[in-house]
Design a protein around this ligand. Structure first.
Ligand SMILES: [Zn+2]
Length: 90
């Protein structure tokens, strides 16, 4: 089994010692339905549909999913966790 490492500093974490944190991150794209502007309405709907479809074919299913939903688990050592939790979006 490969050792568990802190995602920030890389120190080895020892399960069972109570010296690290498991951080679960769930990210969801804006779930609000899009609003269409007048400009959007004036686009040729078929051309726009084909453009979107082409864009989708170029991305894998996983890539499409990653654009709307990501879930990650990060392990942090005690010191890294205490820094991170104060400013998680920095
Ligand atoms: Zn660390």
């Amino acid at each position: 089994m490969s050792p568990l490492l802190c995602a920030r500093c890389g120190i080895e974490l020892k399960p069972g010692k109570g010296n690290f944190y498991v951080v679960r991150i769930e990210a969801l794209a804006d779930p609000t339905p899009p609003k269409f502007s007048e400009e959007d309405m004036n686009l040729d709907p078929r051309a726009e549909f084909e453009r979107l479809l082409k864009q989708m074919y170029e991305l894998s299913e996983q890539e499409l999913l990653n654009q709307v939903y990501r879930r990650l688990v990060v392990y942090l050592c005690g010191p890294c966790y205490r820094q991170w939790i104060e400013e998680p979006v920095k």
